[in-house]
Design a protein around this ligand. Sequence first.
Ligand code: TPP
Length: 280
Amino acid sequence: MLVTSARPYLVERNLPHFWCPGCGNGIILSAVARAFARLGWERTRTVVVTGIGCFGRADDYLNVNAVHGTHGRALAIATGIKAANPGLHVVALMGDGDCATIGGNHFLHACRRNLTITAVVANNLNYGMTGGQYSATTPAGSTTSTSPLGHAESGLDLCRVAAAAGAMYVARTTVYHVHLLDRYLEAALTHPGFSLVEVMSSCPVYFGRYNRLGGPVEMMERWRKVAVPLEKYGELPEPEREGRVAVGVFADHRGEPFEERYRRVQEAARGARAGEVSER
Ligand SMILES: Cc1ncc(C[n+]2csc(CCOP(=O)(O)OP(=O)(O)O)c2C)c(N)n1
């Protein structure tokens, strides 16, 4: 039933999608399409913006306006679109490489600026499309194609960064917890200001294989096991947090989004200009 209601938002002629068996991207894509359907968003007033990478191909399958941007720049493009036309629903779909790594600076400023844009990040903990290199979210010690002896850096906690930078709504879930994914997406898509839904996702072909996490089923099972509700995660002694992922809502604030502040500045500018013209 859910699939049927999402149909108008999917480009069925492009299906099946090109993602590998066991990849979490299809789960996230269908949740986004279902959310659009539940909210009844007009397709002509909805824009998805993507960068590059496996999840960056998501716009091929969504039957709304789409801009396929360059790696790391989805949020910069989304910012331009929303600022120019605040009446549009603007959603950026990105991988962790796209959002947290190459696009990290755009991400910080999008959180701080608080235009009403929703970022959906498929965090598979590596650069999937180019062969499993480490990204900014790859956990320390992980094996990737560029850290064959174990990753020496620590992974970035995207949700904490977003909350600290001022994003209005921030939540994390996994591809196993689809009910939470549906709930968080709907909350994010209807929240004024910048919102982020980070979805921990499986890449069995690279991250899973390099780290001996088993196949698609085992990786799915693993998300169930390692996910800990945010409140409980906070109570865990430091060593027990190792390998676990806090899921839940990291920020949920109400405030005036950028587009409203910007509209006032525009009005003031028009007023000043009109004054100048009448003085002449
Ligand atoms: C500016 C730029 N640098 C590097 C690349 C090469 N490149 C293409 S996809 C990709 C990795 C994408 O990883 P991520 O954003 O995590 O998405 P995933 O493929 O894992 O879904 C890279 C580095 C590029 N296309 N553009």
